[in-house]
Design a protein around this ligand. Structure first.
Ligand SMILES: NC(=O)c1ccc[n+]([C@@H]2O[C@H](COP(=O)([O-])OP(=O)(O)OC[C@H]3O[C@@H](n4cnc5c(N)ncnc54)[C@H](OP(=O)(O)O)[C@@H]3O)[C@@H](O)[C@H]2O)c1
Length: 334
């Protein structure tokens, strides 16, 4: 037991060291979008907007005049009220969704279809680091389900329902932004033989599985970008980013024993969510981010994603094999 705990502490300590190192060495090369830049009337969907990064993004977009739809599992209604108060905007609405349940995602899409004319900016931010290996409602590995499959289904429906409309060159380009993580870079290649399958991994391997789910997410972002945008046009801009280490709620499932180590380190060394939101708002609001597609930012620096994430063959395989995973749970067309 003591041996197990010491392995847990070692794996968390090395993750913390890597996160702090990232923050110390990454120099910004992109300027934040000035607060005066408005997005009046643009409809912005933000998932996981009741906490951490998602809440900070929701506040920023609402302050700039966006109509913000907060798609959340928890925080109803208080997170919405807080975003309204802190942004001084009433154009904020909370929608219920559990992204670990494909039926719940389809219900969210049904609601959006009947209440919302269009989505201009979709920030697919929700994420988690569970304490132990867990399954989604449909039995997939939980992080794979929330970080990748949920976004795949959600985007599919938003396109199918005509809420995300490719630009014809005259109007503004809609944008899809996926909040990913640098952990995708060190992940093992996607295991297509067991795509999304539950694995009963021990706590010390949690970060490894987190990285694998983020690799699937980054690969999805690059593939979606290519599929939606036949060169040289940008019809729907698709970008991904790693916000860097954030002092958020992400580690709330960490074992009690580790919390006295984690909480102070995160408070002192990790980014405040409002600062971590800067690359997200850049991708949402900067003019140039609507004219390009397939960007990957690590905090405020543009980088290439891992080669595996950019590999078209890998992306095409992920696309077709995830289609097969989603299909049995699609709602009856009647
Ligand atoms: N924190 C970091 O150091 C860090 C570093 C790199 C990348 N990121 C990424 O940044 C994103 C935001 O994380 P954060 O740091 O802001 O963490 P956070 O404060 O824990 O926020 C995560 C959000 O995701 C939501 N979520 C999780 N599972 C969900 C589900 N099944 N259905 C609906 N919503 C769900 C949470 O909702 P509930 O409140 O209901 O659980 C919460 O709103 C994540 O994608 C994360 O992977 C974080």
């Amino acid at each position: 037991m003591a041996f197990l705990e010491s392995k847990r502490i070692k794996s968390v300590a090395s993750a913390l060291r890597a996160a702090i190192g990232q923050r110390a060495t990454e120099r910004a090369s992109i300027e934040p979008v000035p607060r005066s830049q408005r997005i009046d009337g643009k409809v912005c969907l933000v998932t996981g907007a009741n906490s951490g990064l998602g809440k900070a993004v929701a506040i920023d977009l609402a302050e700039r005049g966006g109509v913000v739809l907060m798609a959340c599992r928890g925080g109803h209604p208080e997170a919405g009220e807080e975003v309204k108060r802190r942004s001084s905007s009433e154009a904020v609405r909370m929608l219920k969704v559990d992204l670990a349940d494909l039926s719940s995602i389809h219900r969210l899409c049904d609601e959006l279809r009947s209440t919302t004319p269009r989505i201009d900016i979709a920030v697919l931010n929700a994420g988690l680091m569970p304490r132990r290996a867990s399954r989604s409602k449909q039995g997939f590995e939980l992080m794979f389900a929330v970080h990748f499959l949920a976004n795949r289904v959600l985007v599919d429906r938003l396109l199918e329902d005509g809420l995300l409309n490719p630009s014809d060159g005259a109007g503004e380009t809609p944008r899809i932004i996926l909040v990913s993580s640098e952990t995708h870079r060190n992940a093992e290649p996607i295991d297509f033989g067991r795509l999304g399958a539950f694995a009963n991994y021990p706590f010390k391997d949690g970060l490894k599985h987190y990285g694998q789910s983020k690799l699937a997410q980054c690969t999805f972002a690059q593939t979606l970008s290519r599929r939606l945008n036949p060169e040289p046009e940008v019809r729907i801009a698709v970008h991904a980013l790693c916000p860097g280490p954030i002092n958020s709620n992400i580690a709330h499932e960490a074992p009690m024993l580790l919390k006295p180590l984690l909480s102070p380190v995160m408070k002192v060394s990790f980014l405040d969510p409002a600062k971590a939101a800067l690359p997200v708002t850049y991708l949402c609001c900067a003019k140039v981010a609507g004219e390009r597609t397939g960007l990957y930012l690590h905090m405020m620096r543009e980088k290439a994603p891992a080669p595996e994430a950019s590999d078209p063959q890998n992306g095409a395989k992920l696309w077709s094999e995830s289609e097969a995973l989603m299909r049995p749970f699609a709602p009856d067309p009647s």
